[in-house]
Design a protein around this ligand. Structure first.
Ligand SMILES: O=C(O)COP(=O)(O)O
Ligand SMILES: [Mg+2]
Length: 229
């Protein structure tokens, strides 16, 4: 069925937010008496939302112990504080994002963001890059009871856009996006430049891998032509 809506992941798909996430993670680690970690390693902790990022970052400690409840709460509060200050400082749009969103919109598709990033940080970041106007719905990590890889946030975005998963396409960078889309019964494209918890996107069960959001728009235009033939 031809899609009438496209849902996008944010971190690692529309924006390279890792430099700010890594700076906030290392500032939190400094507060907790832990040494700084390389940005690439912190990138492997991103994808399942902020609490999991903090858990994973705190679990990297000299004794290898899982953080207790108090340490976790302290780490989470510290991370949120630092990220509030750092969000958007070094973040960048990936090449092809503006062109791709414009092409999808010109093709008459409704667009949404479905991210595991908390609400406090998402609309400000989209506004900073002048992207807010593209999206009819923004579903964040704390909008629904569950985050991706649960399908609920995708289903919620579809209902906010007035469509159904069978009429929507998801574009993401990680296993969390792919599992959520599959569970929702939605076709899914992956971009190869994001985070994917440090793993190769070629091992994901996607409909295709596209080099950019601009290429995702071309992919959909091609599919629509094929289905009309
Ligand atoms: O917050 C995260 O862990 C990742 O966010 P994303 O869902 O936009 O990739
Ligand atoms: Mg992502």
């Amino acid at each position: 069925m031809a899609p009438n809506a496209v849902l996008f992941d944010l971190d690692g798909t529309l924006m390279d937010t890792l430099p700010d996430l890594a700076d906030a993670t290392n500032a939190m680690r400094a507060d907790m008496g832990l040494r700084a970690l390389p940005q690439d390693l912190i990138g492997t902790y991103v994808g399942k939302g902020t609490p999991v990022l903090v858990q994973r970052a705190l679990a990297n400690n000299p004794s290898g112990t899982v953080p207790g409840e108090d340490a976790f709460k302290q780490g989470l509060a510290s991370f949120l504080d630092h990220y509030q200050r750092l969000n958007g400082r070094r973040a960048q749009l990936y090449p092809g994002v503006r062109e791709g969103l414009a092409a999808f919109r010109e093709a008459g598709l409704k667009l949404a963001v479905v991210t595991n990033k908390p609400t406090a940080f998402t609309p400000p970041l989209l506004a900073q890059f002048g992207l807010s106007e593209y999206f009819g719905a923004i579903v964040c990590g704390d909008t629904c009871e569950c985050k991706k890889p649960d399908p609920l946030p995708l289903q919620h975005a579809c209902s906010l856009l007035g469509t159904t998963p069978a009429h929507a396409l998801f574009v993401g960078d990680s296993v969390n996006d792919v599992q959520a889309a599959r569970a929702a019964g939605m076709p899914v494209l992956a971009v190869p430049y994001g985070y994917n918890e440090g793993k190769d996107v070629r091992n994901l069960e996607v409909d295709d891998i596209v080099a950019s959001i601009a290429d995702a728009a071309k992919w959909l235009a091609r599919q629509s032509q094929i289905s009309r033939q």
